[in-house]
Design a protein around this ligand. Structure first.
Ligand SMILES: C[S@@+](CC[C@H](N)C(=O)[O-])C[C@H]1O[C@@H](n2cnc3c(N)ncnc32)[C@H](O)[C@@H]1O
Length: 410
């Protein structure tokens, strides 16, 4: 049989995979077809996918999938899932499926949020993707500086070990063991060829993947989510992704900075208006003051602050900082900084005082760890931003001070 021309082969694959005409990886698809068209023996009347051998198929997936992701992506939306787990009173665990997880950044972010809210054991987490290479990375749990950068610094400190190299951050086993990673092709799932990886999920995350499918495939995938999920399931799409208005099975809910869909049933109530809000954590008499924080990390800190209050260890951030500033013993400074960082993981002053105290007492690994975390925070701020310290200091000055300390290792 004559070999398919590269353009025929590329076009057949594009149709079979439901790729839209403006898919960002069409050049890569054409290059793949140019490499493979002579080798593959493609029968024109049979499905293309089943005729690809394993190597051709995995090369194709590597070429056309867009596995970019990072930690803390649209964190407010994931916090919404945390609040659902928090409120869940049904039997068993809350079943959560991250349906296109890339290298695991999304499900691990959720696992971190759940663990920090003391809810990890209440959820069953399954993450799937078509890209076997990314799944292998996800199972290992090693991440680049860039992927981890948006995480609040103390979460990085708490859940990762720095091991150097291109992917320096190794996530802790507790989180690796909390997520089951499996290979799954969403199109095969949509066509009923494979079941969902867990029974009737309560939450399905399919963020930033539908855009890479044509309209027909998008509809089939979303219908399959509907068919196979729990009666009260939620579906979360990417920040700029919306289901078409003709799609009436899922009800859109919005909050100020994020959205999610809830499965509609005959008895579904109309969505609350104005937009729903995250449940407030239990009120305590003492309000824990903290500097302004991004809305994305606010609620997790509320949970943490309430937790601190419950444990009877509440000390306000301001008080902890005051103690850290006035203490003379490095040990006392470090303790006070730890309390401050528990209340506000991104408190630059607490990191700075910690670095100096660790430096003075020769605790180099501790100094290095907080230096990295502080650099991580400063990297996201413009040079001239003033950092709120006992005496406010600019980002540029604090960077210089860090460098000076660096050149002065005891
Ligand atoms: C841009 S990433 C999104 C990652 C993550 N959900 C996020 O929002 O950061 C898109 C992912 O969809 C996966 N993908 C593409 N086609 C797929 C398919 N047919 N089945 C399963 N996953 C697919 C890609 O391999 C890629 O990892």
């Amino acid at each position: 049989m004559a070999a398919a021309s590269p353009s025929d082969l590329a076009e057949r694959v594009r149709h079979a995979l439901g790729m839209p005409e403006d898919h960002p990886r069409l050049d890569e698809l054409n290059a793949w077809a140019a490499r493979w068209h002579n080798t593959l023996d493609i029968h024109p009347s049979r499905g293309i996918w089943s005729q690809l051998d394993d190597t051709a198929r995995s090369e194709l997936i590597d070429a056309i999938s867009v596995p970019e992701s990072f930690f803390w992506r649209y964190a407010a939306q994931l916090q919404r899932v945390v609040s659902r787990v928090h409120q869940y009173t049904g039997a068993g665990k809350v079943r959560i499926w991250s349906a296109c997880c890339a290298g695991g950044e999304e499900p691990y972010t959720l696992a971190i949020m759940l663990a920090e809210a003391g809810l990890l054991e209440k959820a069953e987490l399954v993450a799937t993707d078509i890209n076997a290479r990314k799944l292998a990375q996800a199972r290992i749990g090693r991440f680049s500086e860039r992927a981890v950068r948006p995480l609040p610094a103390p979460s990085t400190c708490r859940w990762f070990d720095w091991q150097g190299g291109l992917h320096p951050w190794q996530i802790h086993d507790r989180l690796r063991e909390a997520i089951r990673f499996e290979k799954l092709d969403l199109l095969a799932f949509a066509h009923g060829q494979v079941p969902p990886p867990l029974q009737a999920p309560h939450v399905v995350l399919c963020r930033n993947a539908l855009i890479y499918f044509d309209k027909h495939s998008q509809r089939r995938i979303v219908e399959a989510f509907y068919r196979t999920s729990d009666a009260q399931a939620w579906l979360l799409l990417g920040h700029s992704e919306r289901l078409p208005l003709t799609q009436t099975q899922w009800q859109l809910h919005t909050a100020s900075d994020h959205a999610w869909y809830a499965k509609k049933t005959a008895s579904s109530p109309e969505p609350p208006r104005p937009s729903t809000r995250l449940p407030e954590p239990a009120r305590t008499d003492r309000v824990v003051p903290r500097p302004s924080v991004s809305p994305e990390t606010h609620s997790i800190r509320q949970v943490r602050a309430v937790h601190a209050t419950k444990k009877g260890t509440e000390t306000s951030l301001t008080e902890s900082l005051k103690q850290a500033r006035s203490a003379s013993e490095p040990h006392a400074i470090i303790q006070a900084c730890r309390r401050a960082l528990y209340l506000d993981p991104d408190c630059a002053e607490a990191h700075w005082l910690m670095i100096q105290a660790a430096h003075a007492s020769g605790q180099i690994p501790l100094r290095d760890r907080h230096r990295r975390l502080l650099q991580h925070i400063l990297a996201s701020l413009p040079e001239r931003t003033m950092i709120n310290m006992e005496t406010p200091v600019s980002v540029a000055d604090l960077r210089r001070a860090l460098d000076t300390l660096e050149g002065n290792t005891p």
